[in-house]
Design a binder for this molecule. Structure first.
Ligand code: KIV
Length: 298
């Protein structure tokens, strides 16, 4: 039997307090697992708000999950801002992080700060995320200096997956693993408030964790990190196929959605929908008046 009673309504808890950076640091210090999930629109935001997650990421994975692109690369800043603003409208308590898309922050510190400011000013994000070590470390430092909290991201960084040899686990040799660790340490030193470890061996994450003073959120990085993140559409099964090996599926909503729309289509075709209770009424006298008007050529 599923441990997740998916048909039980989950009400929002009005007593829940907004998540802040000090609260995230406290969670790490207390060893309380941090829950992060992606969201891309108002209804997904309502769902994650009710579920009481700590961090919400409007990931550039939205390029694939909601915009249908084959990778995260094509999504632009304006599209990400529209998704982020919609998520903002559905959230009350989680800390909201907007993902800086490919090509929006790499060229210069000025470009990185300007893009990050748009996520805060136009979409209401609390923080931004950027991928990779290298020049991204300097961009992270610049954005932090401009007063915007930054989350880093090392390991498998999908925006540069081609250069990494495809969507595959990283850090599987000592040299590669040390490179992942160096990236994480550099982002920490640049002032990031947290960092994502994606698709690295669990033992590598475990080895690096003692040197991480900031919260580390894992996805395909095993259980040693301070928290976990999954893509909304992966965990709820709103997609074709299963996705990466680290995905655990908690529902099969695409199947339910298709079945629901299929039932509706069958009802329309069989004239079962709409039924009398789905229609509006008019007083008999008014209807008679209409008929007269129609007869008179109205
Ligand atoms: O875009 C995204 O969804 C992400 C998470 C997988 C961390 O970067």
């Amino acid at each position: 039997m599923s441990a997740h009673p998916s048909h039980m309504p989950v009400p929002d808890d009005a007593s829940r307090l907004p998540i802040t950076l000090p609260r995230l640091a406290e969670k790490k210090a207390l060893g309380e697992p941090i829950v992060m999930v992606t969201a891309y629109d108002y209804p997904s935001a309502l769902a994650v708000q009710r579920a009481g997650v700590d961090l919400v990421l409007v990931g550039d994975s939205g390029a694939m999950t909601v915009l249908g692109h084959p990778s995260t690369v094509p999504v632009g800043v304006d599209e990400m801002l529209m998704l982020s603003a919609a998520v903002r409208r559905g959230l009350r308590t989680p800390f909201l992080v907007g993902d800086l898309p490919f090509g929006s922050y790499e060229a210069s510190d000025e470009e990185a700060v300007r893009t990050a400011q748009r996520f805060v000013k136009e979409a209401g994000c609390d923080a931004v995320k950027l991928e990779g070590g290298g020049t991204s470390v300097q961009r992270a430092r610049a954005i932090v200096a401009a007063g915007i909290p930054v989350m880093g991201h090392v390991g498998l960084t999908p925006q540069t997956a081609t250069a990494l040899g495809g969507y595959r686990a990283q850090g599987r040799s000592a040299d590669q693993a040390a490179e992942v660790a160096r990236g994480a340490h550099a982002l920490q030193e640049a002032g990031c408030f947290a960092v994502v470890f994606e698709a690295i061996p669990s033992a590598v994450a475990e080895a690096v964790m003692p040197s991480m003073a900031i919260p580390v959120i894992g996805i395909g990085a095993g259980p040693a990190t301070d928290g976990q993140v999954l893509v909304f559409h992966d965990l709820l099964g709103i997609r074709e196929g299963m996705g990466a090996r680290f995905v655990k599926r908690y529902a099969s909503l695409l199947d339910e959605m298709a079945a629901g729309v299929g039932e509706y289509a069958a009802d329309v075709r069989a004239r079962r929908y709409p039924a009398p209770e789905h229609g509006y009424s008019i007083a008999p006298g008014e209807l008679a008046g209409l008929r007269e008007a129609l007869a008179a050529g109205a």
